[in-house]
Design a protein around this ligand. Sequence first.
Ligand code: SF4
Ligand code: SF4
Length: 471
Amino acid sequence: MIESASVGTALLPHNAPPSFHVLAKPTGAICNLDCKYCFFLSKEMLYPGSRFRMADDLLEQYIKQLIEGQRAQEIVVAWQGGEPTLMGLDFFKRSLAYEQKYLPPGKTILNTIQTNGTLLDEEWCAFFKANNFLVGLSLDGPRELHDAYRVDKGGAPTFDKVMRAAQLLQEYSVDFNILCTVHAANQNQPLEVYRFFRDEVKTQYIQFIPIIERATPELLPIANEGWGDAHHVRPLYVLDGSLVTDRSVTSEAWGDFLMAVFDEWVRHDVGDVFVQMFDAALASWVGLPSSLCIFAETCGNALALEHNGDLYSCDHFVEPKFKLGNIKQDLMIELVASERQRAFGNAKRDTLPKYCRECAVKFACHGECPRNRFIRTPPSAEYPNGEEGLNYLCAGYKAFFTHIDEPMRFMARELQLNRAPSNVRRYMAEKDASFARAFAQAGRNDPCPCGSGRKVKHCHGKTAQYHERSK
Ligand code: SF4
Ligand code: SF4
């Protein structure tokens, strides 16, 4: 057991990172919904017989260690699940009391919670507002797209409950963002999804996350059934196999989705709507380290805490072989700073295939998250069978980062000149107008004004004809 739990920042291990992020799961994998793509539901099998409720003494120990392990001025207390609101409000009130007890002068705390929203009511929203919580609300788009996979334990749709939560959060002026997963059901409707969030939910903050459920050939048929406890035979999800379920987004569709949303955003919404991935990309174009671990060169500072104190290398690696220890026996900061965890984070850079190391958009992508690196690179003279470890989403990311280069360069330049990146909207409008003029003057056999090198009739001419036909 921890004796003098007081670490004090002066006594932190020498290789402790300046700050680290922990996603804490007070109910473990337990959730009141049964979203079909949520492989995390199967992690319940890691703790047979557990009550799946974080005990009060562990809560206090966690908050204390989290605060004492950080050099940074602002400390983030992040709750996630499963569904964390199943713990009830009192749990979070106690958490705030421990924060007050252990927070030293001069430091601040930001509380965040990721929720499916179905249990939120006036009392929850008043609590969030009074305590400045930042709430992440899971919503996958308009009704049919959301309800395709996000269902309750009885298989019933959840859209109305989530929309009610969004409305309540707005009524109480709670800061919230939408977390939208992109999967087979909504991957081909990027604009419908984005405009719904912007125009109907009226949110300013949006995150898109790709659904990729890996499986081996043996497990694929069972994995396609879903991961919830409604399925009498279900495997424990582990990062294994190079196949994906039918619900998973395809690499090309992911790239197309991001490009379509970006094209809308960059023309109309920069400065008004914040899409997490686009902000992270802009940082890369400015030459700053990415704010998203998936696009950083190395990682290892975003860990996951289970309801019983087990600490894992990352929320996506809650598997026995990635368990670092238990914070009831080991100081959390020592686990965070351990050689093992540093090696986990550095492996993101050190295992990058040559194909990535030579990629023109590596500065923005960095091979994305290691959890998705399970395909082979295209064959080359050096690697006739391709190299292992390429990201499943590579084709999509390559297309996306290449596509956004010009407007990103423009925005980065504006920032360097202390001007607003939102000037890009005017830049894009002028560019579109000049393209429209050039296009109007070009013959079908002329080079396309877009610069593709193809003839108009094989490039945008084809698109224009298509649009005319479909009117
Ligand atoms: S494994 Fe992926 S999600 Fe986890 S910290 Fe590294 S980049 Fe981030
Ligand atoms: S776009 Fe593809 S090749 Fe380039 S860094 Fe990303 S994963 Fe690697």
